[in-house]
Design a binder for this molecule. Sequence first.
Ligand code: GBH
Length: 486
Amino acid sequence: AVATRADFLYDTFPDYFQWGVATASYQIEGAWNVDGKGDSIWDTYTHAGGNVVKNETGDIACDSYNKYEDDVQLLQDLGVNFYRFSLSWARLLPTGRVDQPNQAGIDYYNSLIDALLAAGVEPMVTLYHWDLPQELDDQGGWENEDMVQIFNEYAVFAFELFGDRVKSWITFNEPYVFITMGYGQGAHAPGLQSPGEKVYTVAHVVLKAHAEAWHSYNELFRPTQDGVIGITLDSEWKEPYSDDPEDIEAAERAIQFCLGWFANPIFGSGGYPTVMKEKILEKSLEQGYEESRLPEFTEEEENRIHGTSDFFGLNHYTTSLVQNADRPSLVPSYLNDRDIITRVNSTWDRSEWIFVVPWGLRSLLNWISDSYGNPNVIITENGMSDSNATLEDAHRVNYFRLYTNNVLKAIKLDGCDVRSYTAWTLMDNFEWAFAYDVRFGLHHVDFEDPERPRTPKASAEFIRQLVADNGFPEPEAVIPEVLEPE
Ligand code: GBH
């Protein structure tokens, strides 16, 4: 019989496959104002009030600044190969600039890295997971062209300090999200609302900053430190709403406007996707602009950015359906520029904004392979939320089981070059605008208790077994199948 999309694949991952879990500094560390740390834009944004559920903050969060040894123990218990965490730029450099480092911040990350290595867990470090030092935002933040060199100096500072032990670096986490949320919708720090203009100019600066940091590592550090450095991009899978060719084209366009925006300059043909250039120019002229709201790279810049990633870092959570739509609008917006309508299938199981569509990840991995010449992909985040505090998180176990099985199918049945998988997240933490109301953790954290105790959920045991087995070995007895939704 021919296998269908819903069939579960009993097999193991390749021997080289690596497993990890992830966190980010602002979401877990707390200790927002101790030992010389500077403020970040998330300190400002949460303290301002009115921006985040219940006006919660990351002031304490999981208190990982003080409890990192507990975190390392949890990682060791899970048996994962690596831990993906991010550096708080303002803890290392309170002003954002390298001329005034904070020794306590340096000591903290040295201790964490050393504890990880002693526990047999490789550190994977993200330089920027959204907590820009406030002083740099005061100077224009990511709108400021000077950020290209300022970020590069920070990156070099981190390579010099930690690169003897850190062999995997990620420049930016999800530029699409922090730019559209922070500068488009205003739902993340720094809370600006310029969805038709600043989103594009900020992305331009971020792409250049990423490229400079990659070149610095490549030229100055790779020869002695011998690690890898890349970027993490996020994307939903966009499934055509119908088999109407216009919807098929619209779904492709939707991916280009999200993933392609950042991936085409680095992994694709270079520069922004053609469809973005065309649509945004057309809309801009209609709206009375004299030129496109999408900036252009010089040929030199385009070449400087192209090829600047040693891997394709991918964060993926969910899928949506895309329908073609003409969206004439006088209001410039990256959402309207796409000319699509997004829908969901009401039969899909969901939790908050996540619809459980496991085959969407397999489709996306195939799209990346087809579009960018089968690059080596590291899945840097994938996970499932809930809004209750249960330890019996069967829905999360189901999500991980089916999503990781689709990674396995992408590798074994489709030939996609996926090298690792990272579960989001080690423990419940500060979930940005949703604060503590939305939980993604493998471990429950009690935010009412000053000790912030961590307790494993059923999903932690599931991941531990998955890592131990390196996949899904053939079951000894026939067990009832859990079929995927179509
Ligand atoms: C990732 O972002 C982040 O890298 C990570 O820090 C985060 O904790 C994790 O995923 C889980 O969210 O309900 O319509 O308002 C995901 C970015 C931003 C996507 C908020 C969903 C809310 C959609 N997310 N967005 S809505």
